[in-house]
Design a protein around this ligand. Structure first.
Ligand code: GTP
Ligand code: MG
Length: 1074
């Protein structure tokens, strides 16, 4: 297939001219679940600008510029293109971002949402609302941008499901209801108010109607006053023109407005009347020339069915039956033309597409709705601007006056040189340096080439060179490089040939090539100094270079912009400057921006909050090179990958291994491909490593043979240690599930709690939302403990620490009689002073962090363990020093030189170190006193599949230890929606196997959902008579948990002869009772 673009209809000059007028700019992204048709729709819009041929729209997938995107038919990166759209009254510039729908790349969606003011949400009418539809609606709501709904693949209702227009209408209404339900859930309070208002309005309206005529709603003259209430923004409602019905593949789309205009003159109704009644329970009485409601009740067809769907259905029917006469009639009545070429094919589709796309051109419908619904960049809502100003620590109100004044620059969106430049970079995109426009070879026109050729030949003849030589030289001119701008940086081999272009939005001012500007670090805080002071500060520190991190809260770096570009999908267009309101590319920032950043000409600008944190890197691989000499290239490539990918994490482990953490199998594949490209050397990746967790459970009541276990001798539950300096006693218990859940779900509140406890900030420094979130969490934590019964309730003020990393889902609880320690919540909320803490208090919590970071089974982090400190005795000062002396005498030759105060200090240092290691060991022993279990990561798996392929789906799930959670039939009873859980360990190759076994009908969507306990005891061996009878003396059946533990330990180079001897289960003296 040729990908040669047609001659461009829209010139760069035109685009740059439009860029200067913010009121005609729209920044919009396309969001949806995977495969719902984003890139296909983008193709049609791009074709309208002549960038690709209209015939290839839908098959070319222009925005999928990567080779792997084209091969797999899946978008993996968000990319932007600038388009022009003109309607009858004015010209518009639309910056359109196509985003990936696959959950592995959801962070790319965040990068798109941050730069846009509106979003086109696509829903496949057959698949309906899917998990990523929920996710993107939430992102739109959080980003406070304006959505537009496209119900796509309408053709499937006709050609695949063979629905009647009535059934199709019913299905569309249900779908719309479902989408609105999700939005309503997020906007609950706003919607309730809007609904109340609407209800009030409706009652009055109906009463008025009843006075005159029982149920007339509109006659040919009625025009309803436009009630642009807030609900218009919250709901998707066809009458508000924010719902588009489309078939991207067949190139058509319409809104209610399209048909209101189409039928207004034909039926003699006002456009406005039709706009209100074409969707809904209305029907027309042609004799009376009036529109009535209650169509269903009266057995009438609603207008939407009668005027819209039936007409579309009849075009499809005529085309598929190749009824030429009918087609000609349709063409005449619609005023469209069919070329001879379109009618020549055996396949009826070209003719159908030609008619439909002329009648209801998709690009016109979508682009005009975007221009109508999405706000221009110079009318950003207050809410949106304020949310941009809200960082982790501060809201708009907390900024100094000078910073607050920048809000006006956002709303003005002026390109004037007096306005500060404010740019947000949402990601860094790697380009081959040779492909950047300033370095690109340019194609000369044939005339230019002929002149040059003659010139060369003439010169060559002059010096009497050989003829063949002349031809060679002339040939080289076919692709002469542009002479003017020399590449600023020398090309290096391998990794050196990559240049990063920032994917950004300019909110204020004009960004120019060669401009000096500040890149603001995430911690940059303009509150503490004036602009002049800040600038002096940076100027003074210029000589030292680097990001400044002291004194005035300045975290900024002065840089020079290399070039600015207009983003054109796979291409970049070099321009001199980009004014406010546009999406742009910037080069020259790669040294100072890793993933995202704020760039501004003023240090008074706050650093906008970073995008949503990357998701849990659930699949990891260790990467290496076959030749050790290539390691340098690998390390450089890893740095580039970390910069280029918003969702990858690159770690260097203690073992020296380089590890990639990725969001899923597909993401992993893409990362490895990119890595190899960056490194230009072969890369070896280990088998994917899936993380595990460890936990403890309550001692089981039944053994493997289902016999009740009776412990005649109570197993020891305490672990203690007595050292010369101190003695410790711990025990462990599984935490209630509700508490574990609470801890896992409140990671942001826990991080803030930790910052308060480390005295990095005070409660007053938190922004109100963060503060109330933390307070809510603390309240909920305490009440949940109380709800779990009196045993847990009494510990609510005894929490010593959380772990691992002080934010995990394990809890350290203080039960020491002689140490009344304030709880972490009291300390964080300022109800208790840190002075109350006993010396070396943090060492115990440190030991707890270490113990919970690596469990006894496979050194994997723990979840759901409560550790109780029963005893912590510090021996008296004199004994203490004496003991310390003894320790030091034994340990150190130089000890005699230490005395007095010095000795006391070193004593505490020694005690602190010893306390950490002793508490770590003792806590581990206490944990081992309980039955230890492994936990595996689980995916939630959503599949929609037709009933005949249901068996195949079950078979694949069963083989991979999948569990069906829920199974529903779709509304039209043609397919099943299955929700299952699947161990991540079993997920490799799952999607391709499922597609293979269901002939591509089922596309499972995998999202990490939870950690599940593997109930099997890894240290189990048959002990009772019954167990031996059932399983043999040495257990013939495979112990799955043990197998997993051994596999992890082997991978980590740990001994595989581990033993958890202390387990209560194992120490029992077993006697049986029925
Ligand atoms: N029948 C039908 N198929 C469509 C329509 N639009 C898109 N498709 C098909 O749906 C599949 C997915 O289309 P894409 O445009 O790649 O979907 P996407 O939303 O960009 O997918 P991701 O980027 O991977 O999330 C392709 O096979 C398209 O041909 C439509 O209107 N009708
Ligand atoms: Mg796509």
């Amino acid at each position: 297939m040729s990908t040669q673009p047609q001659a461009k209809v829209v010139t760069l000059e035109k685009l740059t001219e439009l860029q200067r007028n913010p009121s005609c700019i729209r920044n919009c992204c396309i969001l949806a679940h995977v495969d719902h048709g984003k890139t296909t729709l983008a193709d049609s819009l791009i074709a309208s600008n002549g960038i690709i041929s209209k015939r290839l729209a839908g098959t070319l997938r222009y925005m999928d510029s990567r080779e792997d995107e084209q091969q797999r038919g899946i978008t993996m990166k968000a990319s932007s293109i600038t388009l022009k759209y003109s309607n009858a009254t004015r010209e518009h510039l639309i910056n359109l971002i196509d985003s990936p729908g696959h959950v592995d790349f959801s962070s790319e969606v965040s990068t798109a949402v941050r730069l846009c003011d509106g979003a086109v949400v696509i829903v496949d009418v057959v698949e309906g609302v899917c998990p990523q539809t929920h996710a993107v609606l939430r992102q739109i709501w959080q980003g406070k941008i304006t959505p537009l709904l496209v119900i796509n693949k309408m053709d499937r209702l006709i050609t695949e499901l063979n629905l009647t227009p009535q059934d199709a209408y019913y299905r569309l209404s249900k779908l719309l209801e479902e989408v609105n339900c999700i939005t309503a859930g997020m906007n609950q309070s706003d919607v309730l108010t809007a609904m109340e208002q609407e209800e009030e309005h409706k009652t009055n309206y109906e009463l008025e109607d009843q006075d005159e005529n029982e149920d007339i709603v509109y006659d040919t003259t009625a025009i309803d006053d436009d009630d642009e209430s807030e609900k218009a923004k919250i709901y998707f409602a066809p009458e508000n023109n924010n719902v588009i019905f489309a078939s991207a593949i067949d190139g058509w789309a319409f809104t209610i407005e399209t048909f209101a205009k189409f039928f207004a003159s034909k039926l003699g109704f006002k456009v406005e009347s039709l706009k209100k009644t074409l969707w809904g329970n209305y029907y027309v009485n042609y004799k009376q020339r009036k529109i009535f409601n209650n169509a269903w009740k009266k057995g009438k067809k609603p207008l939407f069915v009668q005027l819209i769907l039936e007409n579309i259905w009849s075009v499809y029917e005529s085309a598929s039956s190749k009824n030429k006469e009918q087609m000609t009639k349709i063409c005449n009545s619609l005023g469209v033309k069919l070329s001879l070429r379109d009618t020549q094919y055996k396949d009826p589709r070209p003719a159908l597409v030609s008619v439909m796309s002329q009648w209801l051109p998709i690009s016109d419908t979508v682009l005009s709705a975007v221009c109508q619904i999405v706000p221009p960049p110079n009318s950003l809502s207050d809410d949106r601007v304020l949310s941009l100003f809200t960082t982790d620590n501060k809201t708009y109100e907390n900024w100094p006056e000078a910073t607050k004044r920048l809000k006006e620059s956002f709303t003005k969106c002026s390109a004037s040189s007096n306005e500060p430049v404010i740019v947000y970079v949402s990601k860094m995109v790697p380009y081959d340096r040779k492909e950047l426009p300033e370095n690109r070879k340019i194609q000369m026109s044939s005339d230019e080439m002929a002149i040059k050729r003659e010139e060369v030949i003439r010169k060559m003849n002059e010096v009497n060179l050989e003829n063949e030589h002349v031809a060679d030289c002339a040939e080289t001119l076919n692709s002469k490089t542009e002479s003017t701008p020399e590449p600023s940086v020398q090309f290096e081999d391998n990794c050196g040939s990559t240049e990063f272009v920032a994917f950004a939005r300019i909110f204020s001012g004009t960004l120019r090539k060669g401009q000096e500007i500040f890149v603001l670090g995430p911690k940059h805080d303009p509150s503490s100094a004036s602009q002049a002071e800040l600038e002096n500060y940076v100027r003074d520190s210029q000589n030292e270079g680097g990001i400044e991190t002291t004194g005035l809260g300045v975290h900024a770096l002065r840089v020079t912009i290399d070039n600015v570009y207009v983003l054109m999908g796979r291409e970049l267009e070099l321009v001199d400057a980009v004014p406010a309101g546009n999406i742009l590319g910037i080069s020259g920032l790669s040294k100072c921006i890793v993933k995202s950043a704020t760039v501004s000409s003023t240090l008074l600008c706050p650093a906008f909050t970073a995008l949503n944190e990357s998701s849990l890197g659930i699949i990891r691989v260790a990467v290496n090179t076959p030749k050790s000499s290539d390691l340098g290239s690998l390390i450089k490539a890893l740095k580039l990958l970390n910069q280029a990918d918003t969702n990858v994490q690159v770690l260097l482990q203690e073992t020296g291994e380089h590890v990639l953490l990725t969001a899923g199998e597909l993401h992993l594949e893409r990362c490895l491909k990119d890595l190899e490209e960056f490194a230009q050397v072969p890369i070896i990746a280990s088998d994917p490593i899936v993380p595990y967790r460890e936990t403890i459970i309550l001692p089981p009541k039944l053994d493997r043979a289902n016999e009740r276990i009776v412990n005649s001798k109570k197993a020891d539950i305490y672990a203690q240690v007595s050292e010369p300096l101190f003695s410790l006693k711990f025990s462990a218990k599984p935490l209630p599930v509700s508490i574990v859940q609470l801890l896992l779900e409140n990671s942001v509140a826990l991080k803030n709690l930790d910052r308060l406890l480390r005295q990095e900030l005070e409660l007053g420094d938190l922004i109100p939302e963060a503060k109330s979130e933390l307070e809510l969490f603390i309240d909920k934590f305490k009440t949940t403990l109380e709800e779990e019964g009196s045993f847990w309730g009494k510990f609510k003020d005894k929490i010593w620490s959380l772990g691992p990393n002080r934010v995990g889902a394990n809890v350290l609880i203080n039960l020491c009689n002689n140490y009344d320690r304030p709880s972490i919540f009291d300390l964080a909320q300022g109800n208790a002073s840190f002075d109350w803490l006993r010396e070396c208090d943090s060492s115990i919590s440190h030991g707890f962090q270490l113990a919970t970071a690596s469990g006894p089974l496979a050194e994997e982090p723990l979840i759901g363990v409560a550790v109780f400190v029963h005893e912590w005795n510090v021996h008296s000062s004199e004994q203490h020093l004496q003991a310390n002396k003894e320790v030091h005498d034994a340990d150190s030759v130089n000890h005699e030189s230490n005395s007095g105060a010095g000795s006391s200090v070193s004593c505490f240092t020694a005690m602190s170190g010893k306390l950490i290691s002793s508490s770590r060991e003792t806590i581990r022993k206490a944990i081992q006193c309980q039955p230890c279990r492994l936990m595996e990561a689980m995916y939630k798996c959503d599949i929609t599949v037709s009933s005949e392929k249901l068996g195949a789906v079950y078979a694949v799930l069963n083989r991979r230890r999948g569990l069906i959670i829920q199974e529903d039939m779709t509304d039209d009873l043609t397919a099943y929606h299955i929700e299952a859980s699947l161990p991540v360990e079993e997920s490799f190759g799952f999607v391709s196997e499922m597609r293979l076994k269901t002939s591509g009908r089922a596309y499972p969507q995998l999202i990490f959902s939870h950690w599940a306990v593997i109930q099997e005891d890894p240290s189990w061996v048959p002990t009772t008579e019954e167990e031996k009878t059932l399983y043999g003396d040495v257990a013939d059946t495979e112990n799955f948990a043990l197998k997993s533990v051994t596999k992890i330990r082997k991978r980590k180079g740990l001994s595989t002869h581990f033993k958890v001897v202390e387990s209560a289960e194992k120490q029992r003296t077993l006697s049986k009772k029925k």
